[in-house]
Design a protein around this ligand. Structure first.
Ligand code: NAD
Ligand code: IPM
Ligand code: MN
Length: 369
């Protein structure tokens, strides 16, 4: 198979810690499964600010555009919490999404049988859960203009952000959701607040119209975002694919993480449009952040990062078999009783980041037999 270009951006906090465990999986795939990679690694976030004075350099954006895929860790560092918005670590991921036009963020939430007890919800509520949240990631209130903080004549201040969606932005992300539904359980729930927001009303109209024209075979339901938050906890098994804007998608996917037991379990893929040559930009990252509260302790759960790499193999490198192998290895390791602190429950064996990574690699070896 041809050599693929992979850009690795570990970032801050637990990012580099969990990325180290992915490196072990990569090495195993190179040795045992003929995976051929040309790997570059760069600093982003607070780590880049400290060395280069910016959260991400233009050179790194250029490398990301050239790469066949980007594997991202997480950015964010309390040390940079009080600097201006152009110099925050988080700018790294926002610029990557925006400049590579990575508009469709796929955030699957799947419950591993072995982790039923790790969820704070009752087993019957989450058993067998397999939902896909499709979050729009280059528009909405994250990028809308005007924005900023201004001082009013009376000396008080005003913070402004603007929710904006165009028909084109809504339609392209909705298409991703409908396409995914067709190969899943054929159901899409579209989420907005059309009762209070014009952008939400437009969202609902565009999704409804698209379904009528192109996807009449897919079942479509509309749900207000606040109700959706409640329904996800009440009865998450009712959902298949959910599609929503940038901010609601951010909130609902963290919520969905707890259905699976931990934020440390959830991977994601962020995809751009297919280009003329059939390629598409893509970035893979866990949905969790840099977790400053546990960084440096060697206890972070590396599985979200490892599963993000599995998604990368599936969507960008056309290696479905290897993706399934990794997912099966993770499932088996969990079934064997190993747990990082975030998913620990009674009677299980508590391990740190690196032992968990080693266990996945060992299981891969067994599976490949
Ligand atoms: P967080 O996701 O970093 O952490 C929330 C909680 O979950 C913490 O208690 C943390 O210890 C726990 N947690 C997260 N990942 C874990 C893992 N793999 N294993 C075990 N426990 C885990 O969210 P936060 O604390 O609100 O944000 C911290 C920083 O991360 C902020 O600067 C934020 O902007 C940034 N952030 C970055 C990304 C990203 O890079 N894509 C995503 C979310 C947050
Ligand atoms: C995420 C994060 C980011 C977001 C931050 C770090 C900009 O929370 O990827 O979920 O809000 O999109
Ligand atoms: Mn988030």
């Amino acid at each position: 198979s041809e050599t693929k270009k992979l850009l690795v951006l570990p970032g801050d906090g637990i990012g580099p810690e969990v990325m180290r465990e992915v490196a072990k999986v990569v090495q195993w795939l190179q040795a045992a499964r003929g995976l051929k990679l040309d790997i570059a690694e760069e600093l982003v976030g607070g780590a880049s600010l400290a060395k280069h004075g910016v959260p991400i350099r233009d050179e790194v954006i250029a490398l990301a555009k050239e790469a066949d895929a980007v594997l991202f860790g997480s950015v964010g560092d309390p040390a940079w919490a009080h600097v201006g918005f152009d110099r925050r670590p988080e700018v790294a991921i926002l610029r990557l999404r925006s400049e590579l036009e990575l508009f469709a963020n796929l955030r699957p939430a799947k419950v591993f049988d072995a982790l039923i007890d790790a969820s704070t919800l009752k087993p019957d509520v989450v058993r067998g859960l397999d939902i896909m949240i499709v979050r729009e990631t280059v528009g909405g209130i994250y990028f809308g203009e005007p924005r900023g903080i201004e001082t009013l004549p009376d000396g008080s201040r005003r913070g402004v952000n603007t929710e904006v969606y165009t028909t084109g932005e809504i339609e392209r992300v909705a298409r991703v959701a409908f396409d995914l539904a067709r190969v899943r359980r054929n159901r899409v729930t579209s989420i907005e607040k059309c009762n209070v927001m014009e952008s939400g009303l437009l969202w609902k109209e565009v999704v409804t119209d698209l379904r009528q024209r192109v996807y009449p075979d897919v079942e479509l339901t509309h749900m207000l975002a606040d109700n959706c938050a409640m329904q996800l906890v009440r009865n998450p098994l009712q959902f298949d694919v959910l599609v929503t804007g940038n901010l609601f998608g951010d909130l609902l996917s963290d919520l969905a993480a707890m259905l699976t037991g931990s934020l440390g379990m959830l991977p994601s893929a962020t995809l751009g449009a297919e280009q003329a040559d059939g390629k598409r930009h893509a970035l893979y990252e866990p949905i969790h952040g840099s977790a400053p509260d546990i960084a440096g302790k060697g206890i972070a759960n590396p599985l979200a990062q490892i599963l993000s790499f599995a998604m990368l193999l599936r969507y960008s490198f056309d290696r479905e078999a290897d993706a399934v192998l990794i997912e099966t290895a993770v499932s088996n390791v969990l079934a064997s009783g190993l747990r990082t602190a975030d998913i620990m429950s009674e009677g299980m064996a508590r391990v740190g980041t690196s032992v968990m990574g080693d266990a996945v690699v060992k299981e891969l070896g067994k599976l490949a037999g």
